[in-house]
Design a protein around this ligand. Structure first.
Ligand code: IMP
Length: 183
């Protein structure tokens, strides 16, 4: 019998969070953000490429005026963090005096998150909040404050719903654990 990922043409993987489970968690995060920012006309800043499905779902659950923007950074090679963060593409305009929500797919060592918070803080936003679909708290090398967290992941490298291994699997609707370090 084929697993769900095999049926979709992906290799066999253990599904960790189903598409329905992710949707319910995105609902919960949207409620939390709405409580804080529904009158603030915030900018949601998505971190390319991993946050794309998450941000697309999240913003449609937020029933108030907002803007979106994207930036792109790189800190991973394969499934190992390099510890070096490179800005591949910055925001097109400043977030000075704006309420900002950084939207990430996953926070692992915290290196990327710390870099992003430092980078945007320099522009003096009115407020800066951090929303991550997944947090790997046990892997932290740098302490970072996350305001909104979808899932706490204890171990493993996960793919799907925006998360990749060597640029693959981002289009899987659910999130699975990558076996044997990937294909
Ligand atoms: P950090 O700087 O170590 O916190 O790494 C953050 C970035 O690493 C994320 O934005 C992802 O691109 C990538 N990453 C970390 N863990 C995973 C994972 O389990 N699956 C896919 N990407 C990951």
């Amino acid at each position: 019998m084929k697993t769900a990922t095999q049926t979709l043409g992906f290799p066999e993987m253990d599904e960790l969070y189903s598409a329905n489970h992710i949707a319910s968690v995105v609902d919960r995060l949207a409620q939390e953000i709405s409580l804080d920012l529904s009158n603030a006309n915030p900018i949601l800043v998505g971190v390319l490429n991993g946050s794309v499905p998450f941000l697309a779902d999240l913003m449609r659950k937020l029933q108030f005026p907002l803007e979106i923007a994207y930036l792109a950074i790189s800190s991973y090679h394969g499934n190992k963090s390099t510890g070096q963060v490179t800005m591949l593409r910055d925001l097109e305009s400043t977030v000075s005096d704006r309420h900002v929500v950084l939207v990430e797919d996953i926070v692992d060592t915290g290196t990327t998150a710390t870099y992003l918070v430092d980078h945007l803080s320099k522009q003096n936003p009115a407020s800066l909040k951090f929303c991550s679909l997944i947090s790997k708290q046990r892997q932290r090398k740098t302490e970072v404050h996350l305001d909104y967290v979808g899932f706490e992941l204890l171990e493993g490298y996960v793919v799907g719903y925006g998360l990749d291994f060597q640029h693959q699997y981002r289009n899987m609707p659910s999130i699975s654990v990558l076996k044997d370090g990937g294909i």
